[in-house]
Design a protein around this ligand. Sequence first.
Ligand code: UDX
Length: 459
Amino acid sequence: MAQEPDDRVICVIGAGYVGLVTAAGLAELGREVRVVEIDPERRAAVSAGLTPIYEPGLDVMLEAVVASGRLRAVEAMDEGVTGAGIVIVAVGTPPTRDGEADLTQVREAVDEAVRHAAPGTVIAIKSTVPPGTTRALQRGSSRDDLAFVMFPEFLREGSALEDLRRPSRVVVGGEDAAAVSRVAALLGGPDTTRLLCDSVSAELIKYGSNAFLATKISFINEMAQLCELTGADIEEVSDGMGLDPRIGRSFLSAGLGWGGSCFPKDVRALETSAGYHGQSFWLLKAAIEVNTQQRRRFTAKLVHGLGGSLEGRRVAILGLAFKPFTDDMRQAPAVEVVRQLEDLGAEIVATDPVAIDRARPLLPRTSLVADPYEALTGADAVGIVTDWPEYRDLDWGRALGLMKGRLVVDGRNYLDGEVIAGHGGIYLSMGRRPRGPGAPLPGAAAEAGSRAVPSVPLG
Ligand code: UDX
């Protein structure tokens, strides 16, 4: 008699940003978890209780659950799956050339798991997959004694443990109600909102959530552009709009736009998937284009602020990771911006508190230094690309004293423009009013009917 699947034993396939955090979190909740990982270095790190990724708090959590024996990293799928009541598939779905989600890793993981899964095991897809995928995987498995459900993740890098321990909601979609309930019981507490639905709706809840947040950001970035043209200030506009509880202030911060391993991939995959179903999802096409434009708008401010050319100029870039409190460089705006600046002739010196090692192979022409003051030394201008708290806390009097020029372009609207101006710097941003000697007074564009940018080269 095959061993009855036991939901106290969970298998997670993939020790990436999502799989490892989920595996550690389930182990912390008392489940016996095996995480199947093909990368030997990543597997060895986890087995030693060391986190292979930078995620605040994960090092402490991982060390504890590995030491307690509740979490094990394994190589062989049968070792991971045998005896597990639920198998969570958390492998990557990177974009193909035309933006579609590449399901190769998901299909390989499912095919191998299905070979070893006992009857009654639930296969929970946590990877972000296009609508209809879960059902297609169920049909393709030719195992009617296994149930497939969609179990989307809503973890933000940098605050993933918080999102895992106190999920805003648990969504599980599937056609087998018992299987859906078993998976829904894995996370959250008695007061967690659980939404149980069909698998296609669950797939679209995931894509729709990320795509809407990305669209919200692109909307406020367009408003930021209009603020620059009219002399308004985007911080005040965002604050005012955000006071409406139907809008909300979160994800309403203008800047360089969205990057990371999720938004760019998910927005494009949803737009492509809609196209395959005969729909032109125009809002997403626009959101993607605005996001691309934000990088160019930032670069243009540096070019214009330095008199129209970057040839022979040195520009310091503060921040490389796609957002603070992570070392993730996937689709980071910094990569596009630095490449644009270098293509325009600038010499770039960039820094980041934790992402330099991951950035190095992506930016072979760029000088990467650990100390922001070293990056700023002799720079004609500085661009803020990631809103790391230490860049707001810099001694900007010292920083501007080290620079050759005085132009500060804040891609994340993160610094205090008055502080920069107080030390003789020129502060430009993405929709906030310029500050500093030579910068036009707030509202100047409204009177002059022209763009609110300094009228004289600043370098
Ligand atoms: C996102 C979703 O938030 C999460 O629910 C999902 O599970 C995975 O994708 P993440 O990619 O880690 O999480 O980052 P997030 O904090 O959402 O930020 C995404 C991007 O939007 C970042 O590049 C960030 O800089 C940018 N952003 C965020 C803005 O430009 N403005 C904002 O107001 C907020």
